[in-house]
Design a protein around this ligand. Structure first.
Ligand code: 147
Length: 640
């Protein structure tokens, strides 16, 4: 019964009638991509890595994701890093590049029914004619071939993230997919706004090519805002094809949980969207990067194994653990509590067997307790109702996916008293659960830290190195050196999604202060390489990287400069030393001790400067051009 309160909301009566229906529910997913956000998960200790994957994908354990959207890496930054392409150079395909196929394999191993969706943000620069080209179509077909090799059936494929559409290209892509044996792959368009539905209404060939209308951030407030209304257009609703919230989120893993659940319920009630994809899946990124606590969980400490499962995981579980793609919404049992969005919302879904149902009630905008009176009819089970709840407005471990007392309907009728700030699921289904694994404490990455890349698998990313632009892979060393080295693989500027910058990769710990970063380098062609130290806050785009940089060109000209987190660069000192040339190995170092910053070349200090702007941060390697330059014998030694 509702408590007495000054402005008590009216009771809500809901008839959950199995004879009524609505659109088909397509599932709830998350996005690993757009991008770089899953990077550090690959380097987690096996036990914790498996726990995190269980919390994301294992049925009845955590987020229990029903769909997974993965980035088709393009060697260019897509928000929190640059994901590697399977084809850095035309004609050379490496199906083991990057971590998205690995992640999808892990997801599928835990939930064989998970639906997979591929989408590109960027693409390699060898593609001729820009993104909307035949080259890109062939490239996407190569990517699908890689997915197939990995045993991963891709059900959904998009165009170019948030870059609208070229209708003719989608038509051409559809035909090419059919011809290549991928007639089962459904195209999603256009991972941008609702204009796509207007264009589909005007263009039959385009309409026929597209299977799903997927738009982004269709609930008011994307970055940091509240999802108070969700909207689609009449043209979209009239189209008849599924409408997907193919990206939403961008919210802190805890404080974003209310917006997440509203986007799912109101996405259907207000906009008839039948799927929701949270961006991103996980923040497995260095903590100096943007969005470092955004996703369903965080995992930014692979050397310690520490991770945190966010309340957004449990808000997601309140839907995913109680439904399956293919269930149907019951429109007449979905709406606003007490008739007003300010009280909260509810949606009901029924299973194809006509017996089971789940009703999700969220009270994230409510001010008072409320009573919901339900009546079950139309063939649905009138047996015991199981109740699970998560307090999304004030996150806490004790109030995540808590099982409450069962309710026994009398003549199909029962009541639920709700408190403000919760999501409740009323269900006849069973099998739900809350994972129990707990992480070890976090600690910093220890110094000294070294990597000679000789123990890594060729063609993969080196441990802990997080590419921000370009793609750095372990490859056979060039220029007469034995063993393996780190090579930047994008030989030409990619088709970018975010702005251009130096190609660079970050590694280390944000708390590192006084250290010497040393590496051997070999320039493949004229240009400059760079060492980065005390790398701190990075803002978008990735060129806005705070820290100290030592750049040296093949001519021997060098610069030490600092950059703030807005990308403003200040030269601290510059001069020239003997030419490095190309195709030759040299040893470079950048040392920090208090305010003293020293650069050295082949064992000789070439410049020292004092600057007190930045006292701690990661290291990094990079270059100012797109070239297949190499690095070897990376080391970080404490200087005091
Ligand atoms: C998305 C991108 O697709 C992601 O790759 C990532 O960059 C994310 C970070 O918030 O942003 O794009 C958005 C587009 C529109 C909105 C928010 C994010 N919006 O309108 O609020």
């Amino acid at each position: 019964m509702s408590t007495s309160a000054a402005h008590a909301a009216p009771d809500t009566s809901v008839t959950v009638d199995g004879a009524q229906g609505g659109r088909t529910f397509d599932g709830i997913g998350a996005i690993s991509g757009g991008g770089g956000n899953s990077r550090l998960l690959t380097d987690y200790p096996a036990a914790q890595q498996s726990q995190i994957l269980d919390y994301l994908f294992k049925p009845g354990y955590g987020a229990n994701l029903q769909l997974l959207k993965i980035e088709i890496g393009g060697d260019a930054n897509s928000t929190d890093g640059s994901e590697p392409s399977i084809e850095h150079a035309r004609g050379t395909v490496n199906c083991n590049a990057g971590y998205e196929f690995w992640l999808a394999e892990q997801a599928k191993a835990r939930n064989p029914k998970i639906g997979l969706y591929g989408l590109a943000w960027a693409a390699p620069g060898w593609i001729d004619g820009g993104f909307w080209s035949t080259d890109t179509i062939n490239y996407l077909i190569s990517w699908l071939g890689c997915a197939k090799q990995h045993g991963l059936p891709i059900s959904y494929l998009g165009g170019w993230n948030e870059r609208g559409h070229d209708a003719g290209w989608f038509v051409q892509l559809r035909a090419a997919l059919d011809k290549a044996g991928y007639s089962g792959v459904q195209l999603v368009a256009d991972d941008s706004g609702w204009g796509v539905a207007d264009d589909m209404a005007k263009d039959k060939a385009f309409n026929d090519a597209v299977s799903i209308i997927g738009t982004h951030y269709s609930c008011e407030g994307g970055d940091g805002g509240n999802a108070n209304t969700c909207s689609s257009t009449q043209a979209a609703k009239d189209n008849g094809k599924p409408l997907w919230d193919s990206e939403n989120g961008s919210q802190d893993m805890n404080t974003g949980a209310p917006a997440l659940i509203r986007a799912i319920t109101r996405g259907y009630i207000d906009a008839k969207m039948t799927s929701y994809f949270n961006w991103p899946l996980i923040a497995a990124i260095y903590p100096n990067l943007p969005y470092s606590t955004v996703g369903l969980a965080t995992a930014g400490s692979p050397w310690s194994g520490n991770y945190t499962i966010g309340t957004s995981t449990w808000a997601t579980a309140q839907v995913t653990q109680f439904t399956e793609p293919g269930w149907k919404f019951i429109d007449s049992a979905s709406g606003y509590l007490g008739g007003s969005e300010s009280n909260g919302t509810y949606v009901s879904l029924k299973s194809p067997n006509g017996k089971d149902y789940s009703t999700i009630v969220e009270t994230t905008t409510a001010q008072t307790a409320q009573t919901v009176n339900l009546h079950v009819t139309g063939g649905l089970s009138t047996g015991a109702v199981h109740v699970w709840a998560t307090q999304v407005n004030s996150p806490g471990a004790a109030t995540n996916l808590v099982r409450q007392q069962d309710i026994t309907p009398v003549d199909g009728s029962y009541s639920l008293t709700t408190e403000p700030g919760w999501v409740y699921t009323l269900t006849t289904t069973t099998g739900q659960g809350k994972g129990t694994a707990t992480p070890p404490a976090a600690h910093a990455l220890a110094l000294p830290y070294t990597d000679n890349f000789d123990n890594d698998v060729s063609g993969t990313e080196a441990r802990y190195l997080s590419d921000m632009q370009g793609s750095f892979e372990v490859q056979k060393c060039a220029a007469g050196r034995d063993g393996q080295c780190l090579q930047q693989m994008a030989a030409v500027k990619p088709i970018e999604w975010q702005d251009d910058s130096d190609a660079f990769t970050l590694v280390g710990d944000t708390t590192w202060k006084d250290y010497r970063l040393q590496t051997d380098v070999e320039l493949a062609k004229p240009g400059a390489v760079e060492l980065i130290g005390r790398a701190g806050t990075q803002n978008r785009p990735q060129s806005h990287q705070q820290g100290y940089f030592f750049q040296i060109s093949d001519t021997g000209a060098w610069t030490i400069f600092k950059s703030d987190a807005n990308g403003h660069r200040t030269v601290l000192t510059r001069s020239a030393t003997a030419a490095l040339g190309t195709g030759k190995w040299h040893r470079l170092a950048l040392s920090f001790s208090g305010t003293a910053i020293t650069a050295s070349v082949d064992g000789k200090d070439v410049g020292t400067v004092n600057d007190a702007s930045y006292s701690a941060g990661l290291g990094g390697l990079g270059m100012t051009h797109y070239a297949t330059d190499q690095f070897d014998n990376l080391s970080f030694q404490a200087t005091r």
